[in-house]
Design a protein around this ligand. Structure first.
Ligand code: PRX
Length: 635
């Protein structure tokens, strides 16, 4: 696929296009005529299109209607349907040819490897399902997962789904405080964790964080803590609360019934940051999410029985949920899960994993790609990456330069690179190329069939091609979240009332003459640090919780590797002068404080001490002005 036009690198003038190789088109699940048909069907009958997608899965009872739109924006897909995502992701494979196929290949950071066939995974999930039931967890009870990327994490997600208990994943990099808040928030009966894990050559003592987090949670939460022994190091097991996973499972049967769920019963909660306040729990249900994850993985990632899919995202993020676990298992694919740091012990670790297991799809984030770029092409060059046939990116703008680097040095200039745009709330990829698409480096392609995306102005009117505006979705889609837990008004206000009747994604984008979308970044006060959403309000709240901080304002600064990092402006309480030897020590303390409060996800470039912060007449902090002072931005 040689470039057919131009060589300029800047996003706004990017003109290169890459056409699919003939073999890619011949072998694709969705060929050009299928795609044209899909767009035609979705255009003519949106619901018939998604009903067709739902019919590819097994149901205990089919739906009474495809969509219940009687109470917008609380759209409910497939009302009346009954089933369970775990049935489709796991149980049904045991009665199919996929039974003895590899479901999961796991590699530990030290190089240890464990593999599970679908049958083995099924038996392990059933044992944990039985154990959770034994601990009194039933349908509707939440199970909190504070887990590293290990096989038991996938087992735990599926076991919770199987018994109808929504999982609430807390990424293992979050602080004890964040974990405590989420356990409290969800009133999770059980917390599943590990003693520790390995990352960057270090052992991370995860259980110690749990022990710090749990005292003080509400009495009905975290009655039991199930601990997977990963590192085997000495940990404090508090009786009768703490139980070893392996001890529990030893007694359990490898068979367990799968709860028959109603379509809109919750499958999981996942917290994410918005413009205001604390992170909110986005809730996804069994039916619509399953249809969206399955359909997009099959069509966008074009998955085949021979595929080995390597998703670098941690299972604790939405990418890990949808395209690291559920999507691949729903389609009977094999996934690779890697425990450790992507550059450990050196920068060829990911290429080496691709080579050793023969990965065919590599789905990564722009931050990771930029990190690999910094180390140079000699690392992927050292390895045989010829098994790869598709590349993917998600989470932040990739940009033409990183696009070209990945395309060339991982894909050998022959693998389609799919830059997929979506969100925790959308549950599934919404705007993305397919392997047969003509690709433009830096663009996320067109809206998928069945997705009505548009770039509009503040009043909701479409803007001219090439003009910037707000990214909106104009029709409901199956994997859309059910809402924000306990906050229907907040859900309406943040997503559906900014521009009435449309889903407001919170991104600024433009669409070119060919209908290709180019994502420019967030439109709201949410930073995207290495693909992780961080609300400025959250960081400000963490800072002002410090006893020597009177006021704080946080803005994002561009960063070569992480895309964006935070900068804080702090009005200190005068007491700091007596408490710290100098401003550097105070700065270090504030950074450590943010890390303690929120975890290492919030990367701070600097903390600047100020006497005052610019404010509107009504007292709101003018972050815009701070940004302007810092970056020379206009407007
Ligand atoms: O700003 C967009 C950015 O990530 C946000 C969603 O973040 P989150 O819910 O954490 O989900 C990330 C993984 C699905 C979006 O509002 N984003 C996501 N994908 C892209 C992107 N920005 C540019 N290009 C993408 N492909």
């Amino acid at each position: 696929m040689p470039p057919t036009t131009g060589t300029l690198d800047a996003l706004l003038v990017e003109q290169r296009v890459f056409r699919p190789a003939p073999a890619t088109v011949i072998e694709a699940n969705i060929k050009p005529h299928d795609l044209a048909e899909a767009y035609a069907l979705a255009g003519a009958d949106h619901l018939a299109f998604w009903e067709k997608a739902a019919l590819e899965l097994e149901w205990r009872r089919k739906w009474d209607a495809v969509l219940d739109a009687s109470n917008p924006p609380l759209y409910r897909w497939f009302p009346g349907a009954q089933g369970n995502i775990a049935h489709n992701a796991l149980d049904r494979h045991v009665h199919a040819w996929t039974k003895n196929k590899l479901a999961l290949i796991w590699e530990g950071e030290a190089g240890d490897c464990r593999k599970f066939t679908y049958f083995e995974l099924y038996r392990e999930v059933n044992r944990l399902a039985g154990a959770l039931r034994g601990l009194g967890v039933g349908r509707g009870d939440r199970v909190c997962l504070y887990m590293p990327p290990i096989p038991e994490t996938v087992v735990a997600m599926l076991a919770a789904a199987k018994i109808g208990a929504p999982h609430v994943f807390v990424f293992a990099g979050y602080s004890a405080k964040a974990l405590r808040e989420r356990v409290n928030d969800s009133r999770a009966k059980v917390v599943i964790t590990a003693d520790g894990f390995y990352r960057g050559g270090r052992m991370i003592d995860l259980k110690a964080v749990v022990d710090e987090a749990l005292p003080g949670v509400r009495p009905e939460a975290a009655e039991s803590v199930v601990v997977v022994r990963r590192t085997g190091h000495d940990i404090d097991m508090q009786e009768p609360r703490d139980l070893y996973y392996h001890d529990l499972l030893r007694q359990e049967s490898p068979e367990a019934p799968t709860e028959v769920m109603e379509a809109d019963e919750p499958l999981f909660w996942l917290h994410t940051s918005g413009s205001t306040g604390k992170p909110k729990a986005v809730v996804h249900g069994h039916a619509g999410y399953m249809v969206g994850a399955h359909h997009t993985f099959r069509t966008v990632f074009d998955v085949k029985p021979t595929d080995i899919h390597f998703c670098t995202a941690d299972p604790g993020w939405i990418t890990g949920h949808t395209y690291g676990v559920y999507g691949p298992l729903l389609t009977g694919a094999t996934v690779i899960l890697y425990e450790g740091h992507p550059l450990y012990p050196q920068a060829d670790r990911l290429p080496s994993i691709i080579e050793r297991y023969g990965a065919t799809i590599f789905y990564a984030t722009p931050t990771l790609i930029r990190m690999l770029m910094r180390y140079g092409p000699q690392y992927p060059k050292k390895r045989d990456l010829s098994t790869l046939r598709l590349l993917g990116s998600v989470g932040e703008p990739l940009g033409p330069e990183a696009w070209m680097w990945l395309y060339k040095h991982f894909g050998g200039s022959k693998c389609p690179l799919l830059d997929t745009w979506w969100q925790t709330e959308t549950g599934m990829a919404m705007i993305a190329p397919m392997p047969i698409s003509v690709l433009k480096p830096g663009s996320v392609g067109k809206a998928l069939p069945g997705i009505e995306a548009e770039v509009v102005d503040q009043a909701g009117a479409p803007v001219e091609p090439g003009q910037g505006g707000y990214l909106v979705i104009k029709k409901p889609w199956p994997a859309m979240c059910l809402g924000l837990e306990g906050d229907p008004a907040g859900y309406r206000a943040a997503y559906w009332e900014r521009i009435p009747g449309m889903y407001f994604a919170g991104d600024v984008a433009r669409r070119d003459e060919d209908g290709y979308f180019w994502i420019q970044g967030r439109a709201d006060e949410v930073l995207n640090i290495a693909g992780h959403r961080v609300g400025t309000a959250e960081v400000e709240a963490a800072l002002t919780a410090h006893r020597f901080v009177a006021e704080a304002a946080v803005i994002g600064l561009p960063d070569k590797i992480k895309g964006e990092v935070a900068k804080a402006f702090v009005v200190p309480d005068p007491g700091w002068i007596a408490a710290f030897p100098d401003a550097d020590a105070f700065d270090a303390e504030l950074r450590a404080h943010v890390r303690r409060e929120l975890g290492p996800i919030v990367v701070m470039r600097s903390v600047e001490l100020r006497d005052t912060l610019p404010k509107t007449t009504s007292g709101k902090i003018l972050r815009r002005q701070l940004r302007k002072e810092e970056l020379g931005e206009v407007g």
